[in-house]
Write a protein that binds this ligand. Sequence first.
Ligand SMILES: Cc1cc2nc3c(=O)[nH]c(=O)nc-3n(C[C@H](O)[C@H](O)[C@H](O)COP(=O)(O)O)c2cc1C
Length: 180
Amino acid sequence: MLIIVGSRREGNSYNLANKVKEAFTSERINSEIIIPGNQRIHLCTGCMDCEETGVCDFKDDMEKDIEKILKEDIIMFITPTRWNLLSGDLKIFMDRLNPLYSRKLLKGKKALLVAIGSKSKDEYSANEAIQSLRSFLESAGMNCLLTKEFDECLDFKDILSKTEEVYSFIEDIKKIAKEN
Ligand SMILES: Cc1cc2nc3c(=O)[nH]c(=O)nc-3n(C[C@H](O)[C@H](O)[C@H](O)COP(=O)(O)O)c2cc1C
Protein backbone atom coordinates (compact mmCIF):
# COMPACT_ATOMS: atom_id res chain seq x y z
CA MET A 1 0.00 0.00 0.00
CA LEU A 2 1.22 3.49 -0.82
CA ILE A 3 0.55 6.03 1.90
CA ILE A 4 0.54 9.63 0.69
CA VAL A 5 0.96 12.02 3.60
CA GLY A 6 -0.40 15.52 2.99
CA SER A 7 1.52 17.25 5.77
CA ARG A 8 5.24 17.99 5.73
CA ARG A 9 5.58 18.36 9.50
CA GLU A 10 6.20 15.32 11.68
CA GLY A 11 2.71 15.70 13.05
CA ASN A 12 -0.53 13.76 13.18
CA SER A 13 -0.67 12.64 9.54
CA TYR A 14 2.95 11.48 9.64
CA ASN A 15 2.56 9.76 13.01
CA LEU A 16 -0.55 7.93 11.80
CA ALA A 17 1.22 6.85 8.61
CA ASN A 18 4.10 5.48 10.68
CA LYS A 19 1.74 3.52 12.93
CA VAL A 20 0.15 1.98 9.84
CA LYS A 21 3.54 1.13 8.37
CA GLU A 22 4.72 -0.50 11.62
CA ALA A 23 1.54 -2.58 11.85
CA PHE A 24 1.83 -3.63 8.21
CA THR A 25 5.50 -4.57 8.58
CA SER A 26 4.69 -6.89 11.48
CA GLU A 27 2.10 -8.62 9.25
CA ARG A 28 4.47 -8.71 6.28
CA ILE A 29 2.23 -6.40 4.25
CA ASN A 30 4.22 -4.05 2.01
CA SER A 31 3.76 -0.35 2.49
CA GLU A 32 5.59 2.82 1.60
CA ILE A 33 5.13 6.40 2.77
CA ILE A 34 5.40 9.34 0.35
CA ILE A 35 5.48 12.91 1.70
CA PRO A 36 5.02 15.17 -1.33
CA GLY A 37 5.77 18.30 0.74
CA ASN A 38 9.31 17.06 1.34
CA GLN A 39 9.90 16.32 -2.33
CA ARG A 40 10.81 18.46 -5.30
CA ILE A 41 7.50 18.71 -7.16
CA HIS A 42 6.72 21.52 -9.58
CA LEU A 43 3.24 23.00 -9.68
CA CYS A 44 1.12 21.86 -12.60
CA THR A 45 0.91 24.74 -15.08
CA GLY A 46 -2.12 23.28 -16.83
CA CYS A 47 -0.26 23.24 -20.17
CA MET A 48 -2.10 20.00 -21.04
CA ASP A 49 0.92 18.54 -22.88
CA CYS A 50 0.34 15.37 -20.83
CA GLU A 51 -3.04 14.92 -22.52
CA GLU A 52 -1.10 14.43 -25.78
CA THR A 53 2.01 12.67 -24.55
CA GLY A 54 0.92 10.89 -21.35
CA VAL A 55 3.90 12.33 -19.49
CA CYS A 56 4.66 15.62 -17.75
CA ASP A 57 7.30 17.97 -19.16
CA PHE A 58 8.66 18.56 -15.63
CA LYS A 59 11.45 16.24 -14.56
CA ASP A 60 11.20 16.01 -10.79
CA ASP A 61 10.27 13.64 -7.96
CA MET A 62 6.84 13.00 -9.48
CA GLU A 63 8.50 10.71 -12.03
CA LYS A 64 9.28 8.07 -9.41
CA ASP A 65 6.02 8.73 -7.53
CA ILE A 66 4.07 8.05 -10.71
CA GLU A 67 5.93 4.77 -11.24
CA LYS A 68 4.97 3.74 -7.71
CA ILE A 69 1.32 4.72 -8.20
CA LEU A 70 1.21 2.73 -11.44
CA LYS A 71 2.40 -0.41 -9.63
CA GLU A 72 0.13 -0.05 -6.62
CA ASP A 73 -3.53 -1.07 -6.40
CA ILE A 74 -4.37 0.54 -3.07
CA ILE A 75 -3.43 4.09 -2.15
CA MET A 76 -4.08 5.77 1.19
CA PHE A 77 -4.33 9.55 1.27
CA ILE A 78 -3.90 11.18 4.67
CA THR A 79 -4.64 14.89 4.78
CA PRO A 80 -4.58 17.42 7.56
CA THR A 81 -7.77 19.46 7.34
CA ARG A 82 -6.91 22.90 5.99
CA TRP A 83 -9.73 25.45 5.82
CA ASN A 84 -12.13 22.49 5.68
CA LEU A 85 -10.33 21.16 2.62
CA LEU A 86 -7.46 18.85 1.69
CA SER A 87 -3.93 20.21 2.19
CA GLY A 88 -2.13 22.18 -0.51
CA ASP A 89 0.68 19.61 -0.61
CA LEU A 90 -1.80 16.88 -1.48
CA LYS A 91 -3.55 19.02 -4.07
CA ILE A 92 -0.24 19.79 -5.81
CA PHE A 93 0.49 16.04 -5.87
CA MET A 94 -2.98 15.23 -7.26
CA ASP A 95 -2.70 17.85 -10.00
CA ARG A 96 0.53 16.23 -11.14
CA LEU A 97 -1.31 12.90 -11.54
CA ASN A 98 -3.03 14.30 -14.62
CA PRO A 99 -0.71 12.35 -16.99
CA LEU A 100 -2.14 9.15 -15.48
CA TYR A 101 -5.69 10.49 -15.57
CA SER A 102 -5.27 11.39 -19.24
CA ARG A 103 -4.47 7.74 -20.01
CA LYS A 104 -7.22 6.46 -17.68
CA LEU A 105 -4.51 4.79 -15.61
CA LEU A 106 -6.01 5.80 -12.25
CA LYS A 107 -9.36 4.27 -13.13
CA GLY A 108 -10.24 1.30 -10.92
CA LYS A 109 -7.47 1.91 -8.40
CA LYS A 110 -8.61 1.68 -4.80
CA ALA A 111 -8.23 4.40 -2.21
CA LEU A 112 -8.52 4.90 1.51
CA LEU A 113 -9.20 8.46 2.61
CA VAL A 114 -8.18 9.91 5.97
CA ALA A 115 -8.64 13.48 7.19
CA ILE A 116 -7.30 14.81 10.47
CA GLY A 117 -8.56 18.04 11.97
CA SER A 118 -8.25 20.07 15.15
CA LYS A 119 -11.94 20.80 15.52
CA SER A 120 -14.63 18.65 17.09
CA LYS A 121 -16.87 16.27 15.18
CA ASP A 122 -19.83 18.71 15.52
CA GLU A 123 -17.96 21.20 13.39
CA TYR A 124 -17.72 18.74 10.46
CA SER A 125 -14.39 20.13 9.41
CA ALA A 126 -12.58 16.86 8.66
CA ASN A 127 -15.74 15.69 6.96
CA GLU A 128 -15.46 18.51 4.44
CA ALA A 129 -11.82 17.58 3.84
CA ILE A 130 -12.93 14.01 3.10
CA GLN A 131 -15.45 15.37 0.59
CA SER A 132 -12.66 17.22 -1.22
CA LEU A 133 -10.63 14.01 -1.45
CA ARG A 134 -13.71 12.14 -2.62
CA SER A 135 -14.20 14.63 -5.47
CA PHE A 136 -10.71 13.80 -6.70
CA LEU A 137 -11.43 10.04 -6.57
CA GLU A 138 -14.70 10.46 -8.43
CA SER A 139 -13.08 12.51 -11.20
CA ALA A 140 -10.24 10.01 -11.51
CA GLY A 141 -12.56 6.98 -11.53
CA MET A 142 -10.98 5.54 -8.40
CA ASN A 143 -12.89 3.47 -5.86
CA CYS A 144 -13.16 4.52 -2.25
CA LEU A 145 -12.78 1.56 0.11
CA LEU A 146 -12.87 3.47 3.38
CA THR A 147 -13.02 6.95 4.82
CA LYS A 148 -11.91 7.92 8.29
CA GLU A 149 -11.88 11.23 10.16
CA PHE A 150 -9.82 11.98 13.22
CA ASP A 151 -11.08 15.02 15.11
CA GLU A 152 -9.57 17.14 17.89
CA CYS A 153 -5.96 16.69 16.80
CA LEU A 154 -4.15 20.03 16.95
CA ASP A 155 -0.65 19.41 18.30
CA PHE A 156 1.92 17.23 16.55
CA LYS A 157 1.22 14.03 18.48
CA ASP A 158 -2.43 14.40 19.53
CA ILE A 159 -3.39 11.46 17.36
CA LEU A 160 -1.13 9.14 19.35
CA SER A 161 -3.30 9.64 22.43
CA LYS A 162 -6.30 8.26 20.52
CA THR A 163 -4.97 4.76 21.07
CA GLU A 164 -8.20 2.82 20.64
CA GLU A 165 -9.38 4.79 17.61
CA VAL A 166 -6.03 4.36 15.88
CA TYR A 167 -5.92 0.66 16.78
CA SER A 168 -9.39 0.01 15.39
CA PHE A 169 -8.59 1.99 12.21
CA ILE A 170 -5.43 -0.06 11.67
CA GLU A 171 -7.37 -3.30 12.19
CA ASP A 172 -9.86 -2.19 9.51
CA ILE A 173 -7.18 -1.37 6.97
CA LYS A 174 -5.16 -4.52 7.65
CA LYS A 175 -8.32 -6.45 6.77
CA ILE A 176 -8.77 -4.39 3.59
CA ALA A 177 -5.10 -4.91 2.61
CA LYS A 178 -5.41 -8.67 3.07
CA GLU A 179 -8.66 -8.89 1.11
CA ASN A 180 -7.46 -6.81 -1.85
C1 LIG B 1 -3.58 26.69 7.50
C2 LIG B 1 -4.27 25.73 8.41
C3 LIG B 1 -5.64 25.55 8.28
C4 LIG B 1 -6.30 24.67 9.12
N1 LIG B 1 -7.65 24.51 8.98
C5 LIG B 1 -8.31 23.66 9.79
C6 LIG B 1 -9.71 23.43 9.62
O1 LIG B 1 -10.36 23.99 8.75
N2 LIG B 1 -10.32 22.55 10.44
C7 LIG B 1 -9.64 21.86 11.43
O2 LIG B 1 -10.26 21.05 12.13
N3 LIG B 1 -8.31 22.05 11.60
C8 LIG B 1 -7.63 22.92 10.81
N4 LIG B 1 -6.28 23.08 10.95
C9 LIG B 1 -5.56 22.29 11.99
C10 LIG B 1 -4.95 21.02 11.43
O3 LIG B 1 -5.85 20.32 10.60
C11 LIG B 1 -4.54 20.08 12.56
O4 LIG B 1 -3.62 20.72 13.40
C12 LIG B 1 -3.96 18.78 12.06
O5 LIG B 1 -3.79 17.89 13.12
C13 LIG B 1 -2.65 18.99 11.35
O6 LIG B 1 -2.16 17.76 10.87
P1 LIG B 1 -0.59 17.48 10.80
O7 LIG B 1 -0.11 17.42 12.24
O8 LIG B 1 -0.49 16.17 10.11
O9 LIG B 1 0.03 18.61 10.05
C14 LIG B 1 -5.57 23.95 10.11
C15 LIG B 1 -4.19 24.11 10.22
C16 LIG B 1 -3.55 24.99 9.38
C17 LIG B 1 -2.05 25.17 9.51
